[in-house]
Design a protein around this ligand. Structure first.
Ligand SMILES: *[C@@H]1O[C@H](CO)[C@@H](O)[C@H](O)[C@H]1NC(C)=O
Ligand SMILES: *[C@@H]1O[C@H](CO)[C@@H](O)[C@H](O)[C@H]1NC(C)=O
Ligand SMILES: *[C@@H]1O[C@H](CO)[C@@H](O)[C@H](O)[C@H]1NC(C)=O
Ligand SMILES: *[C@@H]1O[C@H](CO)[C@@H](O)[C@H](O)[C@H]1NC(C)=O
Ligand SMILES: *[C@@H]1O[C@H](CO)[C@@H](O)[C@H](O)[C@H]1NC(C)=O
Length: 555
């Protein structure tokens, strides 16, 4: 079923349910995932398409809508898609990570069903299996505010979804072979904008059209493999209005850094003389700077864009100072009404007592000559049975140990790395502080599924408890990703009120693939429907739970 039919179905459901209860609308999607050929960097190569496209279809919805995506896996390998930043309240069953779901086998289909509960904002989906992310299967998921809830800016004339990122000319299987062989995939070959790249002066079709005098919303996600990017428009400032689901205090920026896994929205006013203008995207913190452009055309004009491009940020401290300063300008708009992802009270998150501090130090090392990445010395390996399922079926003790890593790592952490399923056992509703301390000389980017967290601080050096006095306890942005700059630490806080098995991971995909990830198991002691949805009847089962009778459902 295609989206044109959606209106009809949504209408039908609304009409048929309004008398009973005001059920939230449904959106149905049918996605065919296939290989195809595209040239993101100008070289034809195999990519992963959804309904013949990369980027895949935009999921455009409103808070609390129900989303059903029937995914047909026509690849030659098992596939899972995750919905980065969608919280799946009480429903980690559909989170799409290898620790929560059995993959969709080639030649079969599976329907994801979830609700975008109490969320607004810009997110993206991507494959978590193998190195598929390197080849595509990626797209934007955008959640609008409900009609009666005011948004702190005027309705834009149109909105444009933009997937950005680095790209490798090697295919996903070659990249996986390199990693399986214990080596790094190295640097990317270039950057793309919505699956295309072009250099200044090249004859390319405009990607977007502006009408003079109007305002447009661009939603950007960096869905790349490892590279931070900076983007900027010729002659147009951007007003940053949303970061990963939070309306923020609006500021104007000439250029914006976007680290791997991050999303944000900017407004751009079509207030310049009518002609073509470039959007420029360039890599950050790389020895060789890759850049690409796309064209915005003012309707009715035929004047080509100037070849003079806006410059990338000027660094006065090598690498990162500019980017840290920009991060610190992001403040939550406390008076903007919006669907609040977190429960009541977390608004005043600064007054909640911390019940647990989890400090994570990332490291990179070799085991038997093979490259691995770790948190606190443990490099995660997936089990053939998803952790969530073995836990739910009462077989966790056969499959993995909880809390292999200490909350407080020893000082020589990372000298040695061990391989193990890395699962933290968390107490339901604890208010936790997670510290990421990056002693490596490259930027990191970390993401937590199932939650948004308050990103309260980023500072150089090592973390210690007295650093808490520097936290932003007033208006830190509630988001799902935090960058951790070289030699810096970052602190985030959240209430673990969403029962489930949730991936905490590096968004840099070779690090993820080689173990820099863990799962937080948030078990509600009640095993009750109040706290967690039931295992969906359609859930795929695999590994040791394949043929087991399903446990009694929650009540
Ligand atoms: C996306 O959804 C919003 C809110 O329902 C709607 O106003 C807008 O027209 C939709 N955009 C597209 C491209 O369908
Ligand atoms: C597979 O697709 C068919 C046809 O749309 C649908 O009826 C069926 O429910 C889907 N199966 C799963 C497991 O989602
Ligand atoms: C914050 O939100 C309020 C309420 O919607 C809005 O009026 C105000 O302009 C916003 N402030 C900034 C700086 O974005
Ligand atoms: C937080 O801890 C302090 C000191 O231990 C205590 O006085 C206060 O009541 C606690 N606050 C809350 C909200 O639990
Ligand atoms: C994990 O937490 C649950 C609930 O808080 C508790 O019952 C269980 O004993 C814990 N398991 C381990 C291994 O810590």
């Amino acid at each position: 079923m295609d989206t044109r039919k959606l209106g009809f179905f949504t209408l039908l459901l609304c009409v048929s349910t309004t008398l009973v209860n005001a059920e939230d609308p449904y959106h149905f999607f049918e996605w065919k995932v296939t290989y195809g050929t595209m040239s993101p960097l100008g070289v034809p190569q195999q990519v992963i398409l959804i309904n013949d496209k990369f980027p895949g279809p935009v999921i455009n919805c409103t808070s609390n809508n129900n989303i059903l995506v029937n995914v047909f896996n026509n690849l030659d390998e098992p596939l899972l898609l995750t919905w980065n930043g969608v919280q799946h309240r009480k429903n980690s069953w559909v989170d799409g990570t290898p620790g929560t779901m059995c993959p969709i086998q080639p030649g079969t289909n599976f329907t994801y069903k979830f609700q975008v509960k109490d969320q607004i904002g810009t997110y993206y989906y991507f494959p978590t299996t193998a190195m598929h992310r390197a080849a595509g299967g990626i797209g934007i998921l955008q959640v609008h505010s409900r009609p009666l809830i005011p948004v702190p800016f005027d309705n834009p004339a149109d909105e444009f979804a933009v997937v950005l990122g680095d790209w490798f000319n090697k295919g996903h299987k070659s990249l996986k072979n390199i990693l399986d062989g214990g080596k790094s995939i190295g640097r990317a070959d270039g950057v793309h904008i919505n699956g295309k790249s072009a250099q200044v002066g090249a004859a390319v079709e405009p990607s977007w059209t502006f009408e003079a005098g109007k305002i447009y919303r661009f939603r950007f996600c960096n869905a790349g493999m490892r590279t931070s990017v900076n983007f900027r428009f010729q002659a147009h400032d951007m007003k940053l209005v949303e970061v990963e689901g939070s309306h923020i205090m609006q500021n104007d920026y000439m250029s914006m850094d976007l680290h791997v896994g991050q999303c944000l929205s900017v407004l751009v006013a079509a207030d310049q003389p009518p002609k073509d203008y470039y959007l420029v995207v360039s890599s950050r913190f790389t020895k060789q700077i890759h850049s690409t452009v796309a064209i915005i055309r003012y309707a009715g004009s035929n004047i080509p864009a100037s070849h003079e491009l806006p410059p990338p940020p000027v660094e006065n401290v090598p690498g990162v100072a500019w980017s840290i300063n920009q991060f610190r300008t992001f403040k939550w708009n406390l008076t903007a009404s919006a669907a609040r992802p977190n429960p009541q009270g977390s608004y005043h998150y600064g007054q909640i007592n911390i019940t647990r501090t989890i400090k994570l130090i990332n490291s990179r090392n070799y085991i038997d000559g093979k490259l691995r990445f770790a948190f606190n010395g443990v490099s995660h390996i997936d089990r053939p049975t998803p952790l969530k399922l073995s836990e739910y079926f009462g077989l966790a003790d056969k499959e993995f140990k909880y809390n292999t890593i200490p909350d407080e790592p020893p000082d020589d952490v990372g000298k040695n790395i061990q391989l193990a399923p890395n699962v933290l056992n968390a107490t339901y509703r604890n208010f936790v502080e997670i510290i990421f301390e990056n002693r490596e000389n490259t930027i990191q980017s970390y993401h937590l599924d199932g939650y948004s967290f308050f990103a309260v601080a980023i500072e150089p050096g090592k973390w210690s408890p007295e650093k808490r006095k520097n936290y932003n306890l007033e208006d830190a942005v509630s988001r799902h990703n935090v960058p951790v700059f070289p030699g810096c630490w970052a602190a985030v806080m959240t209430t673990l009120d969403n029962a489930g098995m949730w991936s905490l991971r590096s968004e840099m995909w070779e690090r993820f693939y080689l173990g820099q990830q863990l799962y937080i198991s948030v078990l509600s002691p009640e095993r009750s429907l109040r706290d967690e949805q039931n295992l969906p009847e359609t859930q795929l089962l695999c590994g040791i739970v394949s043929n087991l009778p399903r446990p009694a459902p929650y009540v």
